[in-house]
Structure formats: C-alpha cells, structure tokens
Design a protein around this ligand. Structure first.
Ligand code: TPP
Length: 639
C-alpha cells in the first residue's frame, strides 16, 4: 500500500524522502506535491548559495518521474552535463547537505560517482551521456544483467554536440535497450542554435499513432512474436509510412523508436509514459518539452541570465550583482569589447563561439555584427575546424573556447589548423583554476597539451592591457595560429582601454629588477608574484627579487632566458596550470639543454584533479597563492 498524505496537511513530504525508495513508496497522487517542495527548496537554497539554476528547475518533474519509475540506483540514470541534477541530488540522500553545494569539501557541482552510487558517471562536459549510457546498456547485456535499465538524459543544447550523434548512430546498430530522454527547452545556455533546433521545433508525432503503435508492439511482444530483427522491420515500415506523409523522423530513420513530444512538467503523464516504454526492447528516445527556469518567473523570462544567476532575492527575483563601475573589468569583457574594436577596424575578422556567447562576452560584438559572429552550438571541434576553413579563405577567425572545453578540439587544432599554419586566433577563456565548477571545468591542462604542437604561438597576458595588445598583435597579417589564454574573473586595472600597441611575438619582459632570485611567470598569476615579492622585500629589506613576465610559452624568449640564467642562481617559475609540461617544464628543459645550474622551484597545479571550491581557497591548496610564493622565496634564499 503506497503512502498518501492528506493534501491539507502541512507536513513536508520532502523531509521524509531520504532515498528514492521513500519516493517510490508514495502514492502517485503525491508526486506533484513532491515537485513543488523540491522546486521551492532549490529556489530557496540557490538564492543564498549560487549555482546552476534554470536547468534544475526545468527538470524537476522529469527527475521525480525518473526516480519513481526506475529502480535507482540499480537502474542507471546518466545525466548529460549534470547541471540539471540538483533535484536528483536532493532525492538521493543529499538533501541535508545541499546547502554545501559547490563549496570546498561540500557537495560536488555535478554528479560524480565518488560522491554517490546514484551518480552513475562523471558529468560536466556536454554530450557524452548517450555514449556512456549505451556502453552501460551493452555491458549489462554482456554481463548477464539484461533487466537493468539505462537512461540517458540529454538537453536539446547538449544533443547538438557531435558526440551525441556518434552515440545515436552506434545505438541504432547494437543490441541494447537504451532509453534516451531528450529534455527540450529550446535553450542551451543562450538560445539553442542550428538545424537540430529547428528540426526539434517541427518534430511532432500524433498521440493516437503513438498509442496504436505501442499497443501493437506490446501485443506482439506478449505473444512472443517480437524480436530485434522484427522490431527493426516494423520501425522501418512505420517510417516508410511516415515519410510518405512527409513526417520524416531522424531518430526513427536510425531505427531508434521515437516517443513524444510530451509535456515535461506533467509529472503524472511522465510517469505513465515512462512506465509504458521502460520494458520495450531496443533503443528508444522520449522527447519531452520543458521550460527552463519553470516555476520561477524571472528565470522563465530571462533563462539565459538565469542559467547561473549568482545570488538573488528570492522574493523579488532581483539578482544581487556587483555593478560598481570602478571595479576592474572581467577578462571576458576585455575580450568582448576589444574584439568589437578590432572588428570595427578590420573587416576580415569574424568571431566563433561554441555555445558560450554570454560566458565569453561575445554577445558584445554579436549585437553590432550579427553576421560576423557565429554561435555554432556545443561543438568545440567543429568551432576550430570551421575557423580553419574560414581562415583558409582569408578571414581572420577569433574563436573563443573555455580552456577545459578546448580539450574536445585537440586534433582539430593540430590537423585542421596547425599543420597548415592557418591564421587563426584561439582565445582560451577560464584558463587555470575556475573555482566552484571543480575538476571537470578547471582549465588546468592547456599550456601542457598545447606546447608540443608545432607552428603555434601560445601566449598569456599579465594584465588587461597586455591582453588587448596580444589580441591586436594576433590579428596582424600572417601570424599563424595564435593562442591567448586568460583566466576567469577580474583583472586589476580599471583604466584599461588604452591605444593598441603591437607586441613582438616570442618576447617576455622584466616587470621588476632584483638580484637574489628571479620569478618567471606566465599570465595574470604574475600579479600575485608581484604582491608576494613586495611583501617579502618589506621584511627582507637588504634583498631583492626580480620578476619576469614570460608572456609567450611558445616561442620562448630564449634571449631573455639566457640573461636570467646568467644573472640568477635561484629561479622560481609560477603558472596557473598543471606543473607537468607547462612553463616550469619549458624553463627546466632550457636550463638543462644550456648547462645552467640554478636552483629551480616550480609552482603550479599538482599532478591530480583539483576539487571544487572558491578560487582563493584552491590557489591556497595548490600552493600557488601569495603565502606559498613567500614561503618558497624564504626556502630558496636560505639555500
Ligand atoms: C563540452 C561542453 N561545452 C560547453 C559546455 C557549457 N555548457 C554547460 S550547460 C550548457 C547548455 C546545455 O544546454 P542543454 O543541454 O539544452 O541543457 P539546459 O541548460 O537547456 O537544461 C553548456 C553550453 C559544457 N558543459 N560542455
């Protein structure tokens, strides 16, 4: 007998749900109320502890229905990205810790198997869920566990990623019972873009047709008539009929049964449909329509801003943003505004973003030059190769990709850009530690994985002015592939819009002279080194430390390195990137190859995946903050 609570009681049902088992013990009629309470909990909590907002609100009914219908954690739910999974966290035993979400040592920002058995796979980068879930579904058949259900939950944004299509393509021809749920809210972070979007908008199948087909297939299954080959034949036959009616369905064309679209906010309807299709054999896709930010009006209206709105007043819906005009700019705004200036001056420049126009501030030039800015969807590999094509025909593409997502486009850079030495500017935003989004999102590896690629320039600015000048230099004729990496967050200089001046490629510069040690830095982390030196020198008044902004990891300024190695017996390198293979490694190689003998200490991210937490906290943990630099100076200068 399922538990029912009188609608009039004030009892909080959510408080009684410690695991999905408790949810499943409820009478179905209770589910809308669970959804309401879940929604209110998320609104309340997120208003004071920011995170991804709109996606989780839009997926509430879906989450409740999934855990109600499927026997989790025995059945597997694979979330795509995982930014919509706060409801899932709360229902799966993390309700009372939810206030620690995204905080250091608190609940992880995305589902992670290290945290919970309900989190079936690492989430964070988009478009992997279908491949992952397919792998699980096939493994279950092979492991003699065919009853276990596997569900991939993917948004209309994430399904634009090429990996999703590779997964679907493979799903159509392997023996599996995978269910893909397409959560279609017509939004990525910004509006969904591209052909898939317009396709999904038009995609309809009629209810009576679905119902008829379902009943027939169930009947055939019951009488033992249905097997894989027959199922495929029936799908092909019904597709043939539909094509004749001009209602071609791309999923069914791939032998993946398509259901929907249905209202993704009607939890009882979701339960009914999922119950109906969960035991069907073969790959299937359920298309549900939802509203991003559902249940919180400001988020429904401006769902791009409310993707991750920061703090807000839950009663008024007002976002609490620091709008102090005197603050130094965000690096992303330096990028967006400088790009606009450069596009005004150089008609060959075009701009490309894989689904992050707001995050990288490409919306600034986009408003002025909509025809020269391209949001290509969640498609980093394509963004780079597309830039290669643009460049080959004489354009100068500025392609902006978050450092962590650039990992998806490694071969595209090598094969489609670097070998041909194409003129392309690749701006890597969010390089280094990014804070609360954690290990899947830190831009830790770019310096290391890029340095081995021939023909490319790798740079990182010390400050906003250098950032502008690097961008200016990068679009000058015949520079080849030119990479500029810069971090999340603000710079230091309010008055940063100075006239452009070109930088000689492959040159570093002395920021500060000194005799007792030299610190070599790349990127804005050099400012921390500067502060540390100032503090250290204020205590050690008879000593001094030099600071060099190496600026180009490739080509390295070997003249400057020779000078530094001749003048200094103690060298510290510092970078906001993994210690293996970046600036410190490059300097050590140079020292060894040229037979210098300084004592060298390398500061950078340790050889491990760095957890989530505030960036200052993580800098401290990774020993690349001011105190760590001071300690290293003390240690080195005693030697
Ligand atoms: C490979 C990759 N590129 C970009 C992102 C950044 N990103 C996070 S969520 C998101 C939008 C996802 O849209 P959708 O799948 O439709 O989910 P919704 O937010 O609409 O619920 C993007 C672009 C990412 N996580 N992974």
């Amino acid at each position: 007998m399922k538990k029912k609570i009188e609608p009039t009681t004030a009892e909080n049902i959510l408080k009684s749900i410690d695991s999905p088992k408790d949810l499943r013990s409820l009478d179905q009629s209770m589910l809308p109320r669970v959804c309401d309470e879940l929604r209110q909990t998320i609104i309340e909590e997120l208003s004071r502890n920011p995170g991804h907002f709109g996606s989780s609100l839009g997926a509430i009914e879906l989450t409740v229905a999934l855990h109600y219908v499927f026997n989790t954690p025995e059945d597997r739910i694979v979330w795509d990205v995982g930014h919509q999974a706060y409801g899932h966290k709360i229902l799966t035993g993390r309700r009372d810790q939810f206030h620690t979400n995204r905080k250091y040592k608190g609940i992880r920002p995305f589902p992670s198997p290290e945290e919970s058995e309900y989190d079936t796979f690492t989430c964070g980068h988009a478009s992997n869920s279908i491949s992952v879930a397919l792998g699980m579904a096939v493994a279950n058949k092979k492991n003699g566990n065919p009853k276990r259900k596997v569900v991939a939950v993917i948004g209309d944004g994430a399904i634009t990623g090429g990996l999703s299509f590779e997964g679907l393509n493979n799903a159509s021809t392997t023996n599996n019972d995978l269910l893909v749920i397409l959560n279609d809210n017509d939004m990525s972070i910004s509006h969904s873009v591209g052909g898939m979007r317009s396709y999904l908008t038009k995609l309809q199948t009629s209810r009576p047709y679905n119902k008829f087909r379902y009943l027939v297939s169930k009947f055939l299954q019951n009488i033992g008539f249905m097997n894989d080959e027959r199922r495929r034949k029936i799908i092909r036959w019904s597709n043939h009929l539909k094509m004749q009616n001009n209602t071609n369905n791309v999923f069914e064309g791939m032998d993946i049964r398509y259901f929907g679209p249905i209202d993704g906010h009607n939890v009882l309807e979701l339960v009914r449909v999922m119950e109906n299709i969960k035991n069907m054999h073969g790959p299937k896709l359920l298309h549900i329509k939802t509203i991003k930010g559902k249940g919180y009006k400001p988020a429904e209206i401006d769902s791009d801003i409310w993707h991750a709105p920061g703090l807000f007043d839950k009663n008024t819906g007002e976002r609490i943003v620091n709008s102090d005009k005197e603050l130094p700019p965000l690096y992303q705004d330096v990028f967006g505004e400088t790009l606009l200036e450069l596009m005004n001056a150089n008609r060959k420049i075009v701009a490309i973003t894989p689904a992050m126009p707001l995050g990288c501030s490409m919306d600034i030039p986009m408003k002025v030059f909509p025809d020269r800015c391209f949001d290509v969807g969640i498609a980093e590999g394509h963004a780079v190769t597309f830039s290669g094509g643009l460049s080959k025909e004489g354009m100068i593409p500025f392609c902006n990709i978050y450092s962590t997502f650039m990992q998806r486009a490694y071969d595209n850079l090598i094969h489609d850009v670097a070998i041909q030495k194409l003129n392309m500017v690749l701006c890597l935003d969010r390089a280094g530690l990014v804070g609360e989004d954690g290990p899947t999102h830190h831009g830790a590896f770019d310096l290391a994985y890029l340095r081995s690629i021939p023909n490319i320039i790798i740079s990182s600015p010390y400050d906003e002015i250098e950032m502008r000048n690097l961008m200016y230099t990068a679009q000058l004729p015949d520079q080849g592939p030119f990479i500029i990496r810069y971090p999340r967050g603000r710079g230091l200089i309010s008055n940063w819009k100075r006239p452009f001046s070109p930088i000689v490629v492959g040159t570093g510069r002395e920021i500060k002279a000194g005799t007792d040690a030299a610190i070599l830095s790349i990127g804005p982390i050099g400012n921390l080194a500067y502060e540390a030196i100032t503090e250290w020198e204020s205590i050690n008044t008879d000593k001094s430390v030099a600071l060099y902004d190496i600026r180009f990891l490739k080509p390295l300024d070997t003249d400057l390195l020779h000078k530094i190695c001749r003048e200094h017996k103690r060298i510290i390198t510092i970078e906001n990137g993994t210690i293996l293979g970046g600036l410190g490694s490059a300097v050590m190689e140079f020292i060894a190859e040229n037979n210098y003998r300084p004592v060298i200490k390398r500061l950078g991210l340790p050889d491990e995946f760095i957890e989530h937490g505030s960036t200052p906290k993580l800098l401290q943990i990774c020993k690349i903050d001011k105190d760590a630099i001071v300690d290293t100076l003390n240690e080195l200068i005693q030697l």
